[in-house]
Design a protein around this ligand. Structure first.
Ligand code: SF4
Length: 361
């Protein structure tokens, strides 16, 4: 394991930025939040100081002591930190510690806390109006798209495009995806692709993890939980990622320390993932939490994850072809061959011997 960064869940109510569902977050009376997205709402201002009882007992905020230990650990090991924020402002003692280390703030958009360097989490359930977004430019967004909103993806992306430097899409309810949903996703990506090409004409193509990452990649660029990053939860313990904490807090990896023991750690590696190893959907998250949840095997992906990633890969292939036609010197080292399958499992199924060989590189 070569740790590069830590994820820190500042509170049990920190919004989810990935496939696991967000915990219920309530903003109780007496907790101050900025009341608009105007730039003059300084990040740390609160009109009424929340009580310690609220912080520590009701929302399970990480203790100041654990936060300090985390920051010292990050500084000593030269790690960056991604702080996952709750829906309320932190008091000064917390913000002071956070500012000591190089970090990224990941904040739920509906917390209405303006910070132009932060990554903002949007949920399609409460997608903002254009008016809410008026003060944003070149922001990084994470869009958590609920399956019921799949048909609105193109409209949401269109609203965000003008405001974004990067959009990371997370498909929620992936376990319930069926053929008809794949067809809708494919159609939506087609619509977004046409818009992206127009942006390219203006020489300002925004980054979209599900469409433009693959056109720049010639090797896997997966999540790497447990390999490049670990999570510190509000209880001060380490976990593979926030999802593992929320699913089962007792499955921790122990206190913050350098020697972390992860049972069957090699199963997290690409070399020990027989299906992913033969795949070139390099933009795929290869989410080990989803693997475990949907296939019960941490190194075996679900067909839903593979099919949606291949729909993205194919849309990226079309974008790359168009761009290389328009600009022959555009990423000449990248190729995305057309495939006749949507799930690499189709290649390895019925050939257990091949899987066995791939399992032992
Ligand atoms: S598409 Fe499937 S096989 Fe390919 S990297 Fe993603 S999870 Fe692995």
């Amino acid at each position: 394991m070569v740790l590069k960064y830590l994820l820190v869940l500042l509170s049990d109510s920190s919004a989810s930025f990935c496939y696991y569902p967000s915990p219920k977050a309530e903003i109780p009376k007496g907790i101050a939040v900025a009341n608009s997205h105007k730039k003059d709402n300084a990040f740390h201002i609160s009109d009424e100081k929340p009580t310690d009882i609220y912080y520590n007992e009701k929302q399970h905020l990480i203790s100041l002591d654990h936060l300090k230990k985390t920051v010292v650990f990050a500084l000593k090991n030269n790690l960056k930190v991604n702080f996952l924020y709750p829906h309320f402002l932190l008091d000064e003692a917390y913000t002071k510690v956070i500012e000591e280390v190089e970090h990224i703030k990941i904040i739920p958009f509906d917390a209405k806390i303006f910070n132009e360097d932060a990554i903002l989490i949007l949920d399609s359930n409460d997608f903002p109006t254009t008016l809410d977004l008026v003060n944003y430019t070149h922001q990084n967004f994470i869009l958590k798209l609920q399956k019921k909103d799949l048909k609105k993806l193109d409209t949401m992306i269109q609203i965000l495009l003008a405001k974004s430097a990067r959009i990371n899409l997370v498909l929620m309810d992936l376990e319930n995806y069926e053929e008809k949903d794949y067809a809708i996703y494919e159609k939506q990506l087609g619509k977004i692709t046409r818009k992206l090409i127009q942006y390219q004409n203006q020489n300002a193509i925004p980054e979209l993890n599900f469409l433009t990452d693959r056109i720049d990649l010639n090797q896997m660029n997966n999540c790497q939980a447990g390999i490049q990053h670990l999570t510190i939860a509000p209880n001060g313990k380490m976990y593979l990622c926030p999802a593992f904490y929320h699913e089962n807090p007792s499955e921790d990896l122990g206190e913050i320390k350098n020697e972390i023991f992860i049972k069957n750690a090699r199963l997290l590696e690409l070399n020990y993932a027989p299906i992913c190893r033969i795949c070139d959907a390099y933009q795929c998250k290869r989410c080990v939490y989803l693997n475990k949840k949907l296939t019960l095997e941490i190194n075996t992906p679900s067909s839903q994850q593979c099919i949606t990633s291949h729909i993205e890969r194919d849309a990226s292939r079309r974008i790359l072809e168009k761009l290389q036609k328009m600009h022959p010197d555009f990423n000449p080292q990248i190729t995305i061959p057309q495939l006749n399958y949507r799930d690499p499992f189709e290649i390895v199924k019925g050939n257990p011997q091949k899987i066995a060989t791939l399992n032992h590189p």
